[in-house]
Design a protein around this ligand. Sequence first.
Ligand code: SF4
Length: 301
Amino acid sequence: MTITSVEPFILRAENEGKSLGEIMIEHEMEIQEVSREEVMSAMGKIWKVMVSSITNGVKIEQRSPSGMSGGDATKLLKNRKSKSITGSTIVKVVARAIGVGEFNSSMGTIVASPTAGSSGVVPAVVYTVAEKLKSSEETIIKGLFASSLIGLVCDAVASTSGSEHGCQAEIGVSAAMAAAAAVEIAGGTSKQAVNAAAIMLKNSLGLACDPIAGLVEVPCIKRNGVMAASALVSADMSLAGIESVVPFDDVVIAMDEIGRMMPCEIKETSEGGLANTKTGRGYKNWLRSSGANQLQDASDE
Ligand code: SF4
């Protein structure tokens, strides 16, 4: 079933006096024809993988083979008590999102949410909000279900692929999903959850996909961190009653339009933007030559 609008789900949540996450759980039960226990258990398994990707990711100390990433989550967590300007919650959410990105780069198992390159935002935000509010696992799972509606609509109406619509469709969407999850976990209404996603997605429009040397490291990993912090800010804005003038469904249509206008150089081809800077080209050339040397070494053995 293709879902192209959040509106029927908001309406159903309001009519039945339920949260968005609860409505999405019921929706999943209906389309899969399974029990609530089965639906909750399936998402519970996904949550366990997300938690594992955080706990493993924030421990990484070594740099990746390219030398472009690795060890940054650990640095942030070590620094947070002495020198942080933004405070513990923001530093932790950023470190966790970066940690998952680093874990992905080291071939660890992550949950694509919606993609591997953007896999840090949703787990980091859900984990950090749930930790702060001491939420139950059931509440966490409802948060993940609320986020799923945002991802489904973006995927159906626009795209969740950097190669199709740029990074707005990957990390922009993941941050919108995370903002909705944060509001759900904090006890906000369905309208507030979707509104938080709208605020977040609006502020990601036009984001280029320009990974250096075609590796999902720069700008991807740090971008997960920065956008996780933005997702929390969007959730707080919505919970305070600040509304997006442009409703979520329209923001997704705008993302689709912008994605179609973007040149192919900034759609994961690594031919434009950061990938095409002197530094970006330098890494690409160095990686190519060191890869060629490794092949040469292997053939000499
Ligand atoms: S820059 Fe491109 S590859 Fe990296 S996370 Fe964004 S969309 Fe994915």
